[in-house]
Design a protein around this ligand. Sequence first.
Ligand SMILES: Nc1ncnc2c1ncn2[C@@H]1O[C@H](COP(=O)(O)OP(=O)(O)OP(=O)(O)O)[C@@H](O)[C@H]1O
Ligand SMILES: [Mg+2]
Length: 337
Amino acid sequence: MSEALPAETVLEVKNLQTVFFTNSGLFRAVDDVSFSVRRGETLAIVGESGCGKSVSALSIMRLVPDPPGRIVGGSVTLEGTDLLKLDDAAMRAIRGNRISMIFQEPMTSLNPVMRIGDQIIEAVRLHQKVSSKEAWKQAVDMLRLVHIPEPERRAQEYPHQLSGGMRQRAMIAMALACRPALLIADEPTTALDVTIQAQILALIVDLQQRLGTGLILITHDLGVVAQTAQRVIVMYAGKKVEEATVEALFETPLHPYTRGLMASMPAVIALGAESDARLNEIPGMVPSLTNLPPGCAFAPRCKFAIDRCLKEYPPLDEVKSNHWAACWRAGEMLEAS
Ligand SMILES: Nc1ncnc2c1ncn2[C@@H]1O[C@H](COP(=O)(O)OP(=O)(O)OP(=O)(O)O)[C@@H](O)[C@H]1O
Ligand SMILES: [Mg+2]
């Protein structure tokens, strides 16, 4: 089952394809997407609403609702094991153990009728043989680790007794209780107040670095990307259209879509500046996935589009070292920069 991977690679997603069967036909929510995450690294996934960020995450977790969805191609290799080849029982043993996920709204993943401590214990005991006393101690330790005051008392409480920020901390405690190799955080702070957002992000990054966890951070917020990630992939209409280190992406974005995202976010120009602006100001509409244009899906909105863009989908090329873009004019963009 093990395949040879570079030692530091935790996750390798190759040519992932996830489709949905709907009344208006089949559409490709994730279309031939590849990326990898190394130990201790943060990979950000950005793009407008509906571009396939969450479905990519759910595909890795094998949590895409079927029907209507199905993973129809590719591989998701975690620590040498292709998760797409596992049976359900083997996958359950990996979920919450080697991979965890934090969602936008903690109430959807916390059980309202179970004490916080017991929920963390469940996560711990699912995968470790420890006594209930030891598990409770670990749960309290986890709450302390995520800076919840009076962790012994809070562990006895129910989710509704905690504030939104504290619930999100409890979620993080649960997600990290088993020291996963990979943590996926899907818009982990969007539902929180701006001041709490920064604290929670700092907490995730601090724990991730201390524990050596690989982190996939899904966000609308390029300011967050600049502050926390080392590498970024940009998605558009189910496809990866650009990948680069954070520095390279902000310095020389090579896809016109990425440029549009940045131009619509003036706050990003000051790297490291706080911003909660969202990516919604590029002129034109995101195309319907059930009715994509024949060439580049961004071409109808792209001020650089040429005839070829409307006819042929551009391949994802390594335009410069470690910097990929799917645009017929990326080479020119690079020269002009
Ligand atoms: N359960 C589902 N049934 C049908 N279509 C779905 C389902 N879940 C997602 N989709 C579709 O798949 C596409 C990708 O959705 P996804 O949730 O991955 O977007 P996203 O990039 O996470 O957007 P957002 O930023 O709004 O969270 C969208 O067109 C969405 O409508
Ligand atoms: Mg989403």
